[in-house]
Design a binder for this molecule. Structure first.
Ligand SMILES: *[C@@H]1O[C@H](CO)[C@@H](O)[C@H](O)[C@H]1NC(C)=O
Ligand SMILES: *[C@@H]1O[C@H](CO)[C@@H](O)[C@H](O)[C@H]1NC(C)=O
Length: 300
């Protein structure tokens, strides 16, 4: 696969990020035998579809705008704009400069594999020297893969820094999924840390009081009174790299019980080491995975 291909290239500082996202339901769904398809919706969207899951991506940016599963039109939060549902981002700075958040929007779309059993698409952005100081000096390639018979999809990204390109700090890079906040209310990060979570709205001014740092708030007037008086702090729901294997959210509500899970096959690609806190789930029904470097607490 291309990861191996890229790694074999000498002189390049290449980082690969590999994930599997799996959606599971309690009931079996038909569709295992259907071939994988790639549909275009107008000029600005592409859908990868195996008959079980349909993932809609914007072209050429490569933002995940929709995940359709088990008859539910979108598991992501449709109140959010299309660039704020499912996306990669990175936080970088020039030496001595201030931090810049980059949503890693692609400028070029390409199909890598398209056959009966597999579709892989790529969204790339190439760095040019005139962008020095303004754009992170990396070539970016975001990949999304759909396999036949899987109740989910795979994603990874390749970041390439060529020899001679300017130095910079890459303090954090991650993938984020903001799930439908009414549907996904129960969070599970480990066997012992799982619970029903307050709503993201509960963190807003008027409903919460900021504590020592912005991430921690006291819930003073949550939508549901059961959360009143609790502290919400995303760092309570983070996990060390070596322990991140499966975690995610489960739907509560009246529909079929549904999980949105992230499966991390290995933590080798995370440069922070096994004891670095490398992921978190905030009450934003938010699945965020730091990779390589992460500015969350823990040893660097
Ligand atoms: C990124 O990390 C480096 C090294 O720890 C630090 O010097 C720099 O200030 C950080 N950048 C930001 C924007 O926080
Ligand atoms: C589809 O492409 C993948 C990747 O190139 C390959 O491994 C697989 O055998 C192909 N399947 C078919 C049915 O051609």
């Amino acid at each position: 696969m291309s990861i191996v291909e890229m790694m074999a290239k000498p002189m390049f500082w290449v980082s690969c990020i590999c994930w599997v996202l799996l959606l599971m339901v309690m009931t079996l769904v038909a569709g295992e035998g259907v071939g994988v398809q790639l549909h275009y919706r107008g000029q600005h969207y592409v859908i990868i579809d195996n008959g079980l899951v349909q993932v809609t991506l914007s072209v050429p940016e490569g933002m995940v705008t929709g995940v359709k599963y088990n008859g539910i039109d979108n598991l992501l939060e449709t109140e959010n704009t299309e660039i704020n549902r499912g996306y990669y981002d990175l936080y970088w700075n020039t030496p001595g400069g201030s931090g810049i958040l980059d949503k890693m929007k692609g400028t070029n779309f390409k199909v890598i594999v398209q056959n009966e059993t597999q579709v892989e698409v790529s969204f790339t952005r190439t760095w040019k020297s005139f962008q020095q100081g303004h754009v992170v000096p990396l070539n970016i390639d975001k990949r999304f893969v759909m396999l036949q018979g899987s109740h989910g999809f795979y994603t990874y990204s390749i970041l390439e820094h060529l020899q001679g390109w300017p130095d910079f700090n890459l303090n954090q890079t991650r993938i984020v999924f903001k799930l439908n906040k009414q549907m996904f209310r129960y969070m599970a990060i480990s066997d012992t840390r799982q619970r029903r979570m307050p709503l993201p709205d509960d963190r807003s001014t008027g409903r919460a009081q900021a504590l020592a740092f912005p991430e921690a708030v006291l819930l003073t007037d949550p939508v549901e009174p059961e959360f009143k008086g609790q502290v919400d702090d995303k760092y309570q729901y983070s996990c060390t790299n070596e322990e991140i294997k499966v975690h995610g959210w489960v739907s509560t509500g009246s529909g079929p019980s549904l999980g949105f899970w992230q499966i991390t096959p290995s933590f080798e690609f995370r440069s922070g080491g096994p004891l670095k806190a490398g992921t978190h789930l905030s009450c934003w029904s938010y699945l965020s995975f730091c990779v390589l470097q992460c500015s969350l607490h823990g040893p660097k």
